[in-house]
Design a binder for this molecule. Structure first.
Ligand SMILES: Nc1ncnc2c1ncn2[C@@H]1O[C@H](COP(=O)(O)OP(=O)(O)OP(=O)(O)O)[C@@H](O)[C@H]1O
Ligand SMILES: [Mg+2]
Length: 276
């Protein structure tokens, strides 16, 4: 069963001299319930524009987008669509709205008009899910980047979305923060069954996804399992992207005569193989 579908989606805007510029063209994508989809692409390829179509922050110029069966082009659907697909953005500081972690996470459910007992329950659960319960009374702006971003994720989770859309959530974080956020998102996907659309420019963050799409100049140019995508080093390089470091290393090891299966794309995977 699908949770998001785009049919012939195109989005244009007026550039200088009033000429029409296409930020997205002919995107036909079906995202299954429970899927972890990674979206890759160089700067300006249309990743954020696509993400904003998934919760009706932007509406198609042509084609249509359905979220849980609801067309984003129908105004009466907006409220339900925004509850179904929650967004997390790049800069955690821009997403903080309160002076304590728990108030911050409560902000969304409060706006849903829920009773205080229900809000309490959801805040506790959400903080537990992102492993931030200990920090409930802390001031968000004093947390590390990775912790702030996990609080932002908890704020969205507390609204009980079926789908989590993250637009380069680790771009401003150090390696440790990046690991924390990716691990959290993967756990929400695997254990809670939340569908994830994960936009990133860190290739290695896409290796555990169920599926990867690569955008270039507003079009989807590659689509497949991570191993399939990263096997196409040349195409990726043409798109201004690189293969993840471990994939590049494995390629060298293979060239040197080692037999390494295609699914080995992470440091842990490689270590396990080499030690066995
Ligand atoms: N309303 C708009 N007005 C002007 N330019 C726009 C508008 N919407 C999108 N663009 C342009 O469309 C292209 C795609 O932008 P988008 O932000 O989706 O790319 P991106 O892949 O998210 O890039 P980045 O990696 O830098 O975040 C860019 O060239 C952007 O400048
Ligand atoms: Mg972007």
């Amino acid at each position: 069963m699908e949770i998001i579908r785009t049919g012939g989606l195109g989005f244009n805007f007026k550039g200088e001299n009033e000429q029409s510029i296409w930020a997205l063209q002919d995107i036909n994508l079906t995202i299954a319930r429970g899927e972890f989809l990674a979206v890759l692409g160089p700067n300006g390829s249309g990743k954020s524009t696509l993400a904003k179509h998934f919760n009706a922050l932007l509406l198609p110029s042509v084609g249509e987008v359905w979220v849980d069966g609801l067309s984003t082009s129908v105004e009466d659907n907006l409220w339900r669509i925004r509850q179904t697909a929650g967004m997390v953005f790049q800069n955690p500081d821009n997403q903080i709205v309160a002076t304590t972690v728990e108030e911050d996470v409560a902000f969304g459910p409060e706006n849903l008009g829920l009773h205080s007992a229900e809000i309490r329950k959801r805040v506790d659960e959400a903080l537990e899910l992102v492993d931030m319960s200990h920090y409930r009374r802390h001031a968000p702006h004093l947390l590390s980047g990775g912790q702030k971003q996990r609080v932002a994720i908890a704020g969205v989770i507390a609204m009980r979305p079926k789908c989590l859309i993250l637009d380069e959530p680790t771009a401003m974080l150090d390696p440790r923060g990046r690991r924390e956020v990716l691990d959290t998102v993967m756990r929400l996907n695997r254990e809670e069954g939340i569908t994830v659309v994960y936009i990133t420019h860190f290739m290695e963050e896409a290796v555990s996804a169920d599926r990867v799409i690569v955008l270039l100049n507003g079009r989807s140019v590659l689509e497949g399992a991570p191993a399939q995508i990263f096997a196409q080093a040349e195409l990726l390089r043409d798109a201004g992207l690189d293969v993840p470091p471990v994939v590049a290393l494995v390629k060298e090891l293979r060239a040197a005569g080692m037999d390494i299966p295609p699914e080995v794309m992470t440091v842990n995977g490689l270590v396990e193989l080499l030690c066995s």
